[in-house]
Design a protein around this ligand. Structure first.
Ligand SMILES: C[C@H](N)C(=O)N[C@@H](Cc1c[nH]cn1)C(=O)O
Ligand SMILES: [Zn+2]
Ligand SMILES: [Zn+2]
Length: 476
């Protein structure tokens, strides 16, 4: 059969089974595998088991790798979820592709402002709403659905596949780096290509391939002022309050232009070259749509190129929250005794995590000295992940471009991702092979946000692209 005929046959099978794929995603979304909530760890484990069973029904050999324990901020330890190592096929005449994905999700509650229950996959206007639908359960299940389609049609699978599916990605991929290093000469050997589908297009209609990611340094800023919470009428005005120090420090981190105010933080950022500037010009990007997707009036930068550069090639600092602060409704006149500020810095080539850590520490100490406060303050790097950049001219990217053109009828843009997939650089280093980011979700999917969704069309076309990509890899 010609490869065109095979593509048509697979595409028809996929289209005919859309309902089954939605049900499968619904089953996965119903498991609230939130890695950031320690009390939900059994749910994360349930998600690992669910995926393992599904993979085994497809004849994939699955091994669960123990990656040790997580140390929680209160000093207690919690077993990390096992990492799934899957092997499908070992034909030495075929290429071997390693697929990475994650089964954990960001926290979500209806009360955050969702229009439907976050862990009940809900279809509205061709979109599947639910936490993890696009990040990253939908894409992970898509890879598996494609394998199933070949089996049901009795078509030989074009490549060997290895899977690494973890469940702590949203918390910095705890334990995974050491595991991959230990597997360098065993499970990882013989891999020809690595592919990850855990990111999003730059717009709603035009596909892209990505060759870069920002890294992340996530900090906990801890301030303690007293042995107990205090009445603000009895003590306000006489003591150094923890929240006042915390907010003062957090207020010195970044200005209203998005510029990070930590001394020397930009020293290691690679300078922009004329050649790099040219890369932004052909990229399709709608700034008005970007604002509307984010639900904001305007962006800090007005030019397309500047917006993209500040997403991809410059660092950014975001404030995420304050643990221990009063956040209920009504008015509580308390002075909290102990608060922990959460913020992160997205890092870019050539920033080093260790340098960022030192600079943040210096900055906090300097501000505290100026404040002359006796409060106990410490800042800790909770987790860090490196930035990553690849060669988009590698044959693997050519294969993915051909697959995209075959399904979408258009050349994908070559872009970078502003988010982080902390383990990506480790895959590149430990396999010595090219890594491709093959996003299938749309820019308005709202990963990490309320009403996260995955468009049915992206789900279906994403599987078709994956299928052709495997065939194109086999031709290399
Ligand atoms: C891009 C990917 N789907 C993602 O959402 N990554 C997270 C990873 C992370 C690291 N620390 C916490 N989460 C992200 O970019 O925030
Ligand atoms: Zn993800
Ligand atoms: Zn995520």
């Amino acid at each position: 059969m010609s490869s065109d005929d095979l593509n048509k046959r697979i595409a028809k099978y996929l289209d005919d089974h859309q309902k089954d794929y939605i049900q499968r995603l619904s089953d996965a979304v119903s498991i609230p595998s939130v890695s950031a909530w320690p009390e939900h760890r059994p749910e994360v484990v349930r998600m690992v088991e669910w995926t393992k069973s599904f993979m085994e029904t497809l004849g994939i050999t699955v091994e669960l790798a123990d990656v040790g324990e997580q140390k929680l901020s209160d000093g207690t330890k919690l077993k990390l979820p096992n990492v799934i190592l899957g092997t499908y096929g070992n034909d030495t005449a075929k290429k071997t592709v390693m697929i990475y994905g994650h089964l954990d999700v960001q926290p979500a509650q209806l009360s955050d402002g969702w229009d439907s229950e976050p862990f009940v996959l809900t279809e509205r206007d061709g979109k599947l709403y639910g936490r993890g639908s696009t990040d990253d359960k939908g894409p992970v299940i898509s890879w598996l659905n494609v394998i199933e389609a070949y089996q049901k049609l009795n078509e030989p699978f074009p490549v060997n596949v290895k899977f690494v599916l973890e469940s702590m990605e949203e918390y910095g991929s705890d334990g995974l780096e050491d595991l991959l290093k230990s597997l360098k000469n065993t499970f990882l050997s013989g891999v020809d290509y690595v592919v990850i589908s855990d990111s999003y297009w730059l717009g709603k209609t035009k596909p892209c391939l990505q060759y870069g990611l920002r890294g992340i340094c996530y900090f906990f800023l801890d301030v303690e002022c007293s042995t107990k919470d205090l009445h603000s009428g009895c003590f306000g005005g006489t003591i150094h309050e923890a929240m006042t120090d915390l907010i003062a420090i957090m207020g010195t981190l970044v200005d209203n232009k998005g510029h990070i105010l930590i001394d020397r933080l930009y020293d290691e950022v690679v300078p922009l070259t004329l050649e790099e500037e040219e890369l932004y010009k052909p990229i399709t990007f709608d700034t008005a749509a970007y604002c509307s997707e984010a639900g904001v009036q305007s962006t800090i930068q007005s030019e397309k190129d500047q917006i993209l550069m500040h997403r991809w090639r410059y660092p950014s600092l975001s404030l995420h929250g304050i643990q221990g602060a009063f956040d209920g409704c009504g008015c509580k006149t308390v002075i909290p005794r102990h608060v922990i500020g959460k913020f992160s810095i997205r890092i870019v080539p050539n920033m080093k995590i260790s340098t960022v850590e030192k600079l943040v520490e210096n900055h906090v100490q300097t501000i505290m000295k100026e404040r002359n406060s006796p409060n106990k303050v410490s800042v800790k790097l909770e987790h860090g992940g490196d930035y990553w950049i690849a060669d988009p001219n590698n044959p693997q990217y050519v294969a993915a471009r051909k697959a995209t053109v075959a399904v979408h009828g258009i050349e994908p843009d070559l872009t970078r991702e502003g988010g982080s997939i902390p383990i990506t650089l480790t895959f590149q280093e430990q396999t010595g092979k090219n890594v491709l980011l093959l996003p299938i979700g749309a820019s308005d999917d709202g990963a990490h946000s309320q009403n996260e969704k995955f468009d049915i069309s992206n789900y279906m076309n994403g599987m078709k692209v994956m299928s052709v990509y495997f065939q194109e890899l086999a031709k290399l």
